[in-house]
Write a protein that binds this ligand. Structure first.
Ligand code: FUB
Length: 312
């Protein structure tokens, strides 16, 4: 399992990972080897030492009418007693879109909507419940995640375009969700990450710029946007005053792990903070066969996250 999205529902931790398997597809920069086709849900009341319950198969591509291939990182949000699973999946034209599936229970099974979200694109949806009735989706991913194919929420006629190294990097996106949780309530906006001089991170700043795997959590009233730097294999974060940003770069949460991808979620449970992530140690480094990990996460007195060593 990989790409854990973790939330507390009814005082229990629910883990929504991707489900890796050995499909035999050769590895390439488009991530074709991540050929996942279903999800399981897990739960526990003690992430470090407790029993982890596997709630079984909760959604498969066979149930999704518009499915092409590659069910990547999902997330789940609760509203008014219903649970909404957001998942990226390539449609039958091999374009990533984001779909929604609904359940009455956090452990599923989830019933998919007949069509993807209108205007959705790219991968890795992560949803913040801001606690005031508003829910925000953060999404996007470069290379195989296709984010480089879009500008201003429109597909580029020229196909993929990457900025020059000294230009602002391609940003993640955020959009508030509609009251029924099924669509964007507004045009997605760019997540701007500023450096220590108040300038947007540049495309050439590979060790700090956004690549994929958005996550958002709140700590002491601040908004912590965290993400993977992809080809430099770090989990980094930036802090802002509101769900849209801008966010100012703060540092590294997790140094590189075994395996190409790095992906995470951060959650508070029973007064402790946890980092969930994955690596490819149990599969002997096969980057498409990942396993979940969890450790405690600490903040210093200034609210900075203490960096965790990925190879520990
Ligand atoms: O699991 C497939 C992709 O790999 C995810 O969507 C990315 O975040 C990376 O972990």
């Amino acid at each position: 399992m990989a790409d854990p999205a973790v939330h507390v529902f009814n005082d229990r931790l629910y883990i929504y990972p991707s489900h890796d398997w050995e499909s035999g597809i050769p590895e390439n920069d488009n991530g074709d080897h991540f050929n996942m086709k279903d999800y399981h849900v897990f739960s526990t009341d003690d992430p470090m030492k407790g029993e982890i319950v596997d709630h079984g198969l909760v959604l498969t591509t066979e149930d999704i009418p518009w499915a092409g291939r590659q069910l990547w990182d999902c997330d789940v949000a609760e509203k008014d007693g219903k649970y909404y699973m957001y998942f990226p999946l390539k449609d039958q034209n091999d374009i990533f879109r984001i779909g929604v599936a609904i359940s009455d229970r956090p452990e599923g099974p989830f019933i998919p909507q007949p069509d993807p979200m209108r205007g959705s694109y790219s991968i890795d949806p992560a949803v913040l419940n801001d606690g005031d009735g508003n829910y925000y989706m953060y999404f996007g991913g470069l290379w195989g995640g296709q984010l480089q194919r879009y500008r201003d929420n429109k597909a580029l006629e020229s196909g993929a375009t990457f900025p020059a190294d000294n230009e602002p990097s391609i940003p993640a996106r955020v959009a508030r969700l509609s009251a029924d949780m099924l669509q964007f309530a507004e045009e997605p906006k760019a997540i701007v990450i500023l450096d220590e001089n108040g300038q947007p991170l540049t495309a050439g700043d590979n060790e700090r710029r956004f690549f994929e795997a958005s996550w958002m959590h709140k700590y002491n009233g601040k908004y912590y946007f965290s993400y993977s730097t992809g080809d430099t294999h770090r989990l980094c974060y930036a802090v802002g005053d509101n769900p849209y940003g801008p966010f100012t770069y703060q540092g590294v949460i997790l140094t590189p792990v075994v395996g190409w991808t790095t992906h995470h979620s951060i959650v508070e449970y029973r007064s402790k903070w946890y980092l969930f992530h994955h690596d490819s140690v149990p599969s002997g480094g096969r980057t498409w066969l990942r396993s979940l990990k969890v450790c405690e996460l600490e903040y210093d007195a200034d609210g900075k996250i203490v960096t965790i060593e990925g190879l520990d």
